[in-house]
Each structure stands twice: as C-alpha cells, then as structure tokens.
Design a protein around this ligand. Structure first.
Ligand SMILES: Nc1ncnc2c1ncn2[C@@H]1O[C@H](COP(=O)(O)OP(=O)(O)OP(=O)(O)O)[C@@H](O)[C@H]1O
Ligand SMILES: O=P(O)(O)OC[C@H]1O[C@H](OP(=O)(O)OP(=O)(O)O)[C@H](O)[C@@H]1O
Ligand SMILES: [Mg+2]
Length: 404
C-alpha cells in the first residue's frame, strides 16, 4: 500500500441494499437519521490500491508515491466516456498510443512524462483521492458521488463538452403518481411512513441520500442498483428511481417521468486532479497547464469558423464601418481587414480589401448573407482547430485555488 493511502478518509456509500451486495469490504451497523433507514458500507482503503496493483502488466515493482517520477492520468476504460475521451484528446493533438487493448497502460507521445492508466470511472476518482493517479478524465456525476466533496480533488476543467447528462429523480407516470409533478408533491404524499418508506433505487447512494435529506423527505429507504434501474418500479422493487438521464428516451420507454425540482445534478465530462500532486509532484502542474491550454483552445474553436471575403472599398476604415454595421460580422475582437494589392498599368494599387472574421458555425449562412449585402465576394470558409487566448481563464482560477 502506498504511504498516501494511509492518510485518506474512508470512501463510503450509504445504500440500503436488500438485494444488491455492498460494493466491497466491511459492513458497518445500520445508522438511522432523519427518519431514513440507511446502512453504511465502508469500502476498505486498501481496495483501490489492491486493484491498481493487479491491473498493470508492466511495472514489476510499483514505485511508492514519493518515489514515483512519472505523472499519471486515468482515463475511462469502458463505457461511452471511453471513446469520447480518446477522441477529444486526439483533437487536441494528444493522441493516446494504446498498443494492446488488454493492457491497462498507454502513453501520449506528445507528453513524454505522462503515463495513461485505463480505469473504471469510479476507480479514477478513488485513485485521484489516494494520489495513485495525478489527473483523470471522468464525468462530474462520478466525481461528485465518489469524491463526496473531498478537498483532495480539484476540478481543473469542468466542461469538456461531452457526456452531458443529469442525475434526476423519476417517478411512474401512472397509478398513485399520476398527479405527482413536483418534488413537493412527492414529499407530501401520505403513503410514505416509517413502516412504509418511499423506496428509491439508485446507483448514486451518496448523492441520492443527500438530495432526499436536503429536500425534506422523512421516510425514505434506498436500494442500490447499477443497471436497468428504469425497470425497478414496474417490477415492484422500488417506487422511484434516481438515475442518469440524457435524451429521456429510457424513462419514456419505461413509463416513467421526471418531476419539477427533481434534478440532483447536471453532469458532463471533467478534467480532475489530485490536489496533493498539483502541489508536490514534479511535472504535474506543467502537464496540467499544457492539457488545459490545448483543451481550452480546442473547445473554444469548436463550432467556430473563419470567413474570408473580398470587398471593394476606398480605405480599410470605410470597409470596417460597413462590416461592423452587420450584427453577425463582429468577430471575436472585430474583423481583420487587409489591403489586396494589384498591379495596374505598372503601378501597385488597392481596390479590394480582404476581410477575416470568426463567426459561430450556426450563423454561417446569416454571415454570408450579410457579407453579400455589403458587397462581399469570393467568400472562403475555414474550420478552426484552435483558438488560443492570451491566457486560459481556468488556469488563473486553478492557480488561485491552489494559493499559487
Ligand atoms: N445516457 C447518457 N448520456 C450521456 N452521458 C451519459 C449517459 N449515461 C451516462 N453518461 C455519462 O457517462 C459516464 C459513463 O457512463 P456509461 O454508462 O457509459 O459507463 P458505465 O456506467 O461505466 O458503464 P456501464 O453502464 O456499462 O456500467 C457516466 O458516469 C456519465 O457521466
Ligand atoms: O436518457 P437516455 O438517453 O435514454 O439515457 C439514460 C440511460 O443511459 C444510462 O444507461 P446506459 O445506457 O449506460 O445503460 P446501463 O443502465 O447499462 O448503464 C442511464 O443509466 C440511463 O438508463
Ligand atoms: Mg451506464
């Protein structure tokens, strides 16, 4: 076990689970609070490190926390986040070289001192807490559920623009829930008593319990489930579910509905770091900075295009006035206008000006129309790959969070 692990708080899940088995480890006595029946399962501190010890083929003897010189990033090994994570990194010129799909390690040739470890999302969070990983890409839902607000974790980029979903409470459309449309309606139903609590099935025991408690539910019991939760109410195993929703199709197809006030958490993919590593491990801050810069530049450029056109005019200022009179042609910091030089009767003359302007892809056609209306011609459209700002706002924020 690495020395770091010994200093960690327990990772706990608060799920009352008659049918599903606890995550692992010891089962502590039931604790009852706020009228809720709840059982505390203590996940052993050793679990995460034991898993990491068996997961890797390469290192014969893994270095202790303090001796490790290489920086580690955890990426999701399976599920829908896995592919999208690799594709985002590729778009940032940070392609992951994964030689053997059965191997849990890989590298990113662009970043020499960085080791990639493919892990289950919840293990990424646990290992970031223990310091066995320094960086990780994982959904905010998993960070919140398994990190439980821990100070050991720092969210470096909170919006990687994939894996959008929400953790939401849903109830059956019919029967006693037919007229239940808000969280308040649900809390006020006379059916829920100490003897017959509202049965909630969820894979998010910590967040689910916290949400119900903070919303004044007095008689609730929780059931741990980790797949096809939408079937539980119809099978009579639970009254309501707290699960991830994206398009809403799974709920609809299973005769369930969301209710007002029932969103526990909005989520998307995030870049997360181990606070201790940011402070103490050589190279972590530099790699985080580089990744942040690339990610920000790529994500800012996504959906933006560069429009180039020629326009007749007497001066750059006169052309600028025409361009700026159009709402869709203002660009990021205004259009760039440069003279187009031509040779006429042996003399160099300027009749045209070239305009470069960055516009959102969704307003492409409007921009073209506006360009034409002010005399633009020869329009070229280019997709942008990166937009590097003077400074990355999230980097400033990170430094200030770290007190640097
Ligand atoms: N329907 C969805 N649409 C978009 N993002 C989702 C959806 N469901 C989950 N996610 C996000 O993707 C992450 C991984 O979910 P996914 O279901 O792909 O993997 P998993 O739950 O680890 O795999 P499995 O469900 O097979 O155990 C979730 O933690 C969440 O952040
Ligand atoms: O709102 P929707 O777009 O229908 O998506 C929601 C579904 O997606 C996730 O399940 P997933 O596909 O990961 O299957 P799982 O239950 O096996 O994890 C989630 O648990 C919901 O069931
Ligand atoms: Mg899933």
């Amino acid at each position: 076990m690495s020395p770091m692990l010994a200093t960690l708080p327990d990772v706990t899940a608060v799920l009352h689970s008659p049918s599903a088995s606890p995550p692992s480890g010891l089962r502590a006595p039931a604790a009852v609070g706020m009228g809720m029946a709840r059982t505390r399962f203590l996940a052993p501190r050793a679990a995460a490190s034991a898993a990491s010890a068996v997961s890797a083929k390469p290192a014969a003897v893994a270095p202790l926390y303090a001796d490790r010189t290489v920086v580690r990033i955890g990426l999701p090994s399976k599920g829908r986040m896995s592919e999208q994570t690799l594709s985002l990194l590729k778009s940032c010129q940070l392609s992951v070289r994964h030689l053997n799909p059965r191997q849990y390690t890989a590298d990113i040739p662009q970043v020499p001192n960085l080791e990639v470890w493919f892990q289950r999302p919840k293990d990424i969070v646990r290992k970031l807490q223990s310091g066995d990983l320094d960086l990780g890409i994982v959904g905010f839902d998993i960070v919140s559920e398994y990190g439980q607000g821990s100070d050991d974790l720092v969210v470096v980029h909170d919006a990687l623009e994939f894996g959008h979903c929400r953790l939401s409470l849903a109830v059956p459309k019919e029967g006693i829930f037919e007229n239940i449309n808000t969280l308040e309606d649900l809390a006020n139903m006379p059916e829920w008593t100490q003897e017959r609590p509202l049965r909630v099935v969820t894979g998010f025991g910590y967040l689910g319990e916290k949400f119900m408690r903070e919303n004044g539910f007095n008689h609730v019991s929780f059931l741990a489930g980790d797949g096809a939760l939408e079937s539980y109410p119809a099978m009579g195993m639970a009254d309501v579910i707290v699960d991830l929703v994206s398009s809403g199709t799974t709920l609809r197809e299973n005769n369930l509905k969301e209710i007002d006030g029932g969103v526990v958490l909005e989520s998307q993919a995030t870049l997360v770091a181990c606070r201790r590593s940011l402070h103490k491990r050589n190279g972590v801050l530099e790699i985080t900075h580089e990744m942040l810069e690339r990610l920000e530049a790529h994500l800012t450029a996504t959906g933006e295009i560069m429009v180039t056109a020629n326009m007749r005019g007497n001066s750059a200022e006169e052309v600028a006035e025409r361009v700026l009179s159009q709402t869709s042609l203002c660009g990021l910091q205004g259009p760039t206008i440069s003279p187009v030089y031509r040779s006429r009767d042996g003399k160099v003359a300027v009749e045209y000006y070239a305009i470069n302007v960055v516009v959102p892809q969704k307003s492409l056609y409007k921009s073209i129309q506006q360009l034409r209306s002010i005399g633009g011609s020869g329009v070229l459209v280019t997709k942008l790959t990166y937009i590097f700002d003077e400074e990355t706002p999230r980097w400033r924020k990170l430094l200030s969070e770290l007190g640097l």
